[in-house]
Design a protein around this ligand. Structure first.
Ligand code: SAH
Length: 349
């Protein structure tokens, strides 16, 4: 059995043709999934009973089951889902001035092992399929339908390293971006990577309009290697070279994410190094208040300290922003809700 969300628009039409149906039937199924957002094949009422029965033999709609939903005072919603094999994943909905955004998970656990991140507390169990990533977006959109809110933005920043699951993530993007799918504009979709250099080259060559964000978090190799093991495989120099290639192929502005960890990467010497590192790249730096993860022992800087870093960086001519915190009253940090459940149930899912 397979989820119908696994097929992008073209693939759905091919599937219909393979079954001896008209291509148009693939189109109809796609409409039911993404426009009407039904969760059962029985609800696809303009397909004949026979067609529906045939589909049901091989397919179902959503692979997700809601386990828990937390709603914050600021409108942030956090969803914990279980998958067909019992794995647990999280998705987060956030409201901004510019629109409504969902943060999706791409892997069950993560192998990147960043020292500050909750997701890395459990090793990767497996990649998500594209359908499992699509399902998160449709579920949350459906949850918003009753309030007539529309998801306008997607950030691929949940648990997992999207460039360690490249093909499935690219297929997911096709479906949610397709104007017969959810129609979320590519310029409103951001893929965030810790710096898997070969995939940055692949991504650059796709020439899409999706935004690329790079989790930088340290401005020199010594510190970055301590915080992010990926830096042992690909140094800052290799990363920057890949980003210059990306720039030469795409006329898109990059984002550098930089979590401010108190006493670790927030000193004036880091401002200087950071400014030198990103000079000449069409990018801005997003300074992120750290969501403390109990197990790791890092501390966030205060807002005032973040402002000092911000001002110093601006003075050096680097464009930057400070990310506003969301959902402070719920388990908001990446992977925290899932970890909590795993601990409570003492199982590794
Ligand atoms: N693996 C990808 C995407 C998932 S992490 C990546 O590394 O970019 C998404 C972002 O959240 C990354 O910038 C990551 O470093 C950051 N992050 C992880 N844990 C965090 C925490 N506790 N507080 C704030 N940001 C965190």
């Amino acid at each position: 059995m397979k989820s119908l969300y696994e097929y992008n628009y073209e693939q759905m039409q091919e599937m219909a043709v393979e079954k001896g149906w008209k291509k148009f039937r693939g189109h109809q199924i796609f409409q039911w999934l993404y426009r009407k957002r039904v969760f059962t094949i029985d609800d696809m009422s303009d397909l004949s009973l026979e067609t529906r029965e045939l589909l049901k033999k091989e397919y179902f709609v959503s692979p997700l089951q809601l386990k828990e939903k937390q709603v914050s005072k600021d409108g942030t919603r956090k969803y914990l889902f279980s998958l067909e094999d019992g794995s647990l994943i999280e998705s987060v909905f956030m409201q901004f001035d510019y629109g409504n955004s969902i943060c999706v998970t791409t892997q069950v656990g993560c192998n990147m092992g960043c020292a500050f991140c909750a997701s890395g507390l459990t090793k990767k169990r497996r990649n998500l399929t594209s359908g499992e990533i699509v399902a998160q977006v449709v579920y949350v959109q459906k949850d918003l339908d009753e309030q007539e809110k529309r998801l306008s933005h997607i950030v691929v920043m949940g648990t997992g390293e999207p460039f360690d699951n490249y093909d499935q993530v690219m297929n997911f993007l096709k479906t949610v971006n397709h104007d017969r799918g959810l129609g979320i504009g590519a310029r409103h979709i951001t893929v965030s990577t810790c710096g898997v250099v070969p995939r940055i080259y692949d991504f650059a060559k796709e020439h899409t309009q999706y935004n690329l964000a790079i989790s930088l978090h340290a401005p020199n190799d010594e510190l970055r290697s301590k915080l992010m093991p990926i830096n042992h495989a690909y140094s800052l120099e290799q990363l920057m070279e890949a980003l210059r290639f990306y720039e030469s192929e795409n006329n898109r502005r990059l984002t550098f994410e930089y979590i401010l960890l108190k006493g670790v990467n927030d000193q004036m010497e880091h401002v200087q190094q950071l400014a030198t590192l990103v000079r000449g790249i069409h990018a801005y730096v997003n300074l992120i208040p750290y969501n403390a993860v109990d197990e790791h022992g890092f501390q966030s800087v205060s807002y005032e300290e973040a402002m000092v870093f911000y001002d110093a960086l601006m003075k050096k001519g680097v464009r930057c922003t400070i990310r506003k915190e969301h959902g402070g009253d719920i388990d908001a940090a990446c992977g925290q809700l899932r970890i909590k459940h795993l601990n409570e149930n003492k199982v590794m899912k």
